[in-house]
Design a protein around this ligand. Structure first.
Ligand code: HEC
Length: 168
């Protein structure tokens, strides 16, 4: 029976080691899962806001040149794409350096998009420039409100998409 004590000891060490590994894994899993308080709030690190902005920027650019060319369906298409991208970012619930981007999008971004949408429904491309400029005021106001005042957009002067037909 001299073997019993070392055998029990080895067994106990194994049990403790197993328990330790399991606890470690559970702790790691718990760390991955967001806590209830911040369940729906993501950190800027997880959502590439600049990627969304890149799309928004491109749609805004194409929207301008579609309207310039008098192409209402194409202009309406880009405004719709822009709106969907803003809405998708709004749903991401990003807090970027303490700034609630969803709230800011609802305040500065989406109202300007909706106003331009209404305008285009009622008056097609008449006074488009004024509506578009109002949209850009919203973009820049939001950049300022989210500590990115150095990012300023303006009415484009040159169509950078030479490989797409904008004429109706
Ligand atoms: C939440 C309010 C908000 C609104 C509305 C908004 N932006 Fe932004 N934008 C941001 C933030 C925040 C960043 C910085 C992203 C980062 O930190 O990576 C940014 C970055 C950018 C950039 C720099 C990134 C790049 O792709 O070069 C451009 C360009 C841009 N926005 C264009 C626009 C345009 C055009 C509009 C309007 C049609 C607009 N934004 C509306 C918040 C906003």
């Amino acid at each position: 029976m001299r073997w019993l004590v070392p055998a029990v000891l080895v067994f106990l060490v194994l049990v403790v080691a197993l328990l330790f590994v399991r606890t470690e894994r559970l702790t790691a899993l718990a760390a991955e899962r967001p806590t209830t308080a911040s369940e729906s709030v993501k950190n800027e690190e997880h959502v590439e806001v600049a990627e969304y902005m890149n799309h928004i920027h491109r749609y805004a650019h194409k929207l301008w040149f579609a309207a310039e060319a008098g192409n209402l369906p194409l202009a309406a298409f880009y405004l719709e794409e822009l709106e969907e991208t803003m809405e998708a970012l709004e749903e991401e619930r990003v807090i970027d350096e303490g700034k609630d981007l969803s709230a800011l999008l609802r305040q500065y971004g989406l109202p300007a998009v909706h106003a331009l949408e209404e305008q285009m429904k009622e008056r097609q491309l008449a006074d488009f420039k004024a509506g578009y400029e109002a949209l850009l005021v919203g973009c820049n106001a939001c950049h300022a409100a989210s500590d990115h005042a150095f990012i300023q957009v303006q009415v484009p002067t040159l169509n950078r998409y030479t490989d797409q037909v904008f004429q109706p």
